[in-house]
Design a protein around this ligand. Structure first.
Ligand code: AMP
Ligand code: ZN
Length: 468
């Protein structure tokens, strides 16, 4: 195994990756709060660790990847106030919290599968781990880190000298202000809820007995309790979207290092940047869609979205818009075409010829997971005049083990495209409407065809359609 370098948020440096146990990696990723559908930004925060996991596996590591399901305790505001997102969704829909959680957990799992994310070794739910969370809270209480207020039990951050380290927080100055809407009585604005009591006179859907009274765990507690259960008290990699570093991960770290008496709890903190929607309000007619389903409805292959994500380094914000997505869809289609052309050739490639390409591809990913650079190598291979088909085949399929674009099975859209005079005419009408920015008409035609089970595939070269 040669060297792999990862940027560690905690040290603000690129560091050589050394696993705790040789040949093995324990990795934890914060998962969805299942009160509603995931958007494609959330999915970037799943695709990045999946790429890392695939790369580590290709390097010979045995990876155990745990992603949690938050189905209780995530309040509307990070300031430990406001309602629980799950309870709120239940009030709005008349369904139980369990029904809502089940529905959106399933959708999220399906999204991951459509994006060809590898199966998780563990996908634990917070509500299945209440005793583990209470255990950790008890350990924290015994060590004197907790205090009681009317509405819950809180963690006293001033008792933990490394509290500000992960996110370089300025606890005395402006940095503390992000939690101004405080709970009354908090000793420090950044103190956070470990166990919250059910409000008086209110029967919550989700509440449990605890040594402190009936209530529910604070959001952060679950990740500490479940990661330690499945990965041990000290593990290798923790990932998540960059927004989580300042509050959620800072609090996870505080609870874990104090409760488990470890330092560090996690060796490498890997945070991905956001998918950026340009501050625009999303609306279907503007074409700035947000769920994977929306993309599929618009004719994009989910793997074209995976291809899209691979075009940016994970620590760069990535702008999502219709043009960029169209360009990615075209790129993905061209790559599938290049692979289909060589996929079925028979015979053995030349390992010596392939070696420099493999090394370049590997080196790109080993340097803090530089996916765009790795994709450049992919295109060098796909476009090369000098490589034999056999070598092109071997290389592209080997690279795809890491990229996860399913190039071994992907079909050319021409194979699935159909023709029917009535539908072709509607499509032409819709193309015309789009050209005239008459999105209402364009959307109406798309919806009509969707009702017949027909998907429209838009691309810079025009639109095509296929039956689902
Ligand atoms: P949530 O379901 O809101 O708790 O978020 C789940 C994950 O999605 C977290 O890791 C967030 O950091 C991440 N996330 C939220 N919005 C975006 C975005 N626009 N781009 C990338 N990741 C995001
Ligand atoms: Zn978490």
């Amino acid at each position: 195994m040669s060297e792999i370098v990862l940027y560690n948020t905690r040290t603000r440096k690129k560091e050589v990756f050394v696993p705790i146990e040789p040949g093995k990696v324990g990795m934890y990723t914060c998962g969805p709060t299942v009160y509603g559908p995931s958007h494609i930004g959330n999915l970037r925060s799943q695709l990045v660790p999946d790429l890392l996991k695939r790369f580590l596996r290709s390097e010979g590591y045995e990876v155990t990847h745990v992603v949690n399901i938050t189905d209780v305790g995530h309040l509307v505001s990070d300031a430990d106030e406001g309602e629980d997102k799950m309870e709120l969704a239940a009030q709005k829909t008349g369904q139980t919290a369990e029904e809502i959680a089940e529905k959106y957990t399933k959708l999220w799992q399906e999204d991951r599968a459509r994006l060809n994310c590898q199966p998780l070794e563990q996908n634990p739910k917070a509500t299945d781990h209440i005793p583990e969370q209470i255990e950790l809270a008890k350990a924290l209480e015994e060590k004197g880190f907790l205090y009681r207020l009317d509405d819950g039990i809180y963690f006293d951050i001033t008792r933990f000298s490394r509290y500000a380290d992960l996110a370089r927080l300025d606890l005395e100055g402006q940095g503390a202000v992000h939690r101004i809407a405080e709970v009354e009585g908090k000793r420090h604005p950044a103190d956070f809820g470990i166990w919250k009591f059910a409000p008086e006179g209110v029967k919550r859907l989700q509440e449990w007995d605890s040594p402190w009274g009936r209530g529910f765990p604070g959001w952060h507690l679950e990740c500490s309790a479940m990661s330690s259960k499945y990965l041990g008290l000290h593990f290798d990699i923790h990932t998540g979207g960059i927004d989580l570093a300042t509050v959620h991960h800072t609090n996870e770290l505080a609870q874990s290092e104090c409760g488990f008496d470890v330092n560090p709890w996690v060796n490498y903190w890997v945070h991905n940047e956001f998918l950026d929607f340009g501050g625009e309000k999303m609306s279907k007619s503007k074409g700035n869609v947000k769920s994977l389903d929306d993309l599929v409805e618009r004719g994009y292959d989910p793997l074209a979205f995976r291809y899209f994500i691979l075009q940016a380094h994970y620590r760069q914000q990535q702008a999502f818009n219709a043009e960029a997505m169209d360009a990615a869809a075209t790129g993905y289609r061209r790559l599938v075409k290049a692979v289909v052309a060589v996929r079925d050739v028979v015979g053995e490639g030349d390992a010596e010829v392939q070696a420099p390409y493999r090394e370049k591809f590997r080196a790109a990913l080993a340097d803090d997971l530089n996916a765009p650079k790795a994709m450049a190598v992919v295109w060098d291979v796909a476009r090369s005049d000098s490589l034999a088909d056999l070598d092109r085949r071997d290389l592209l399929l080997a690279f795809d083990e890491v990229l996860g674009l399913d190039l071994a099975n992907a079909k050319l859209e021409e194979e699935t495209a159909e023709s029917d005079p009535r539908i072709d005419a509607l499509l032409a009408e819709r193309d015309e409407a789009r050209k005239n920015k008459d999105f209402a008409t364009a959307d109406r035609i798309r919806d009509e065809l969707a009702a017949e089970g027909i998907t429209i595939i838009d691309s810079p070269e025009g639109s095509r359609w296929s039956r689902k």
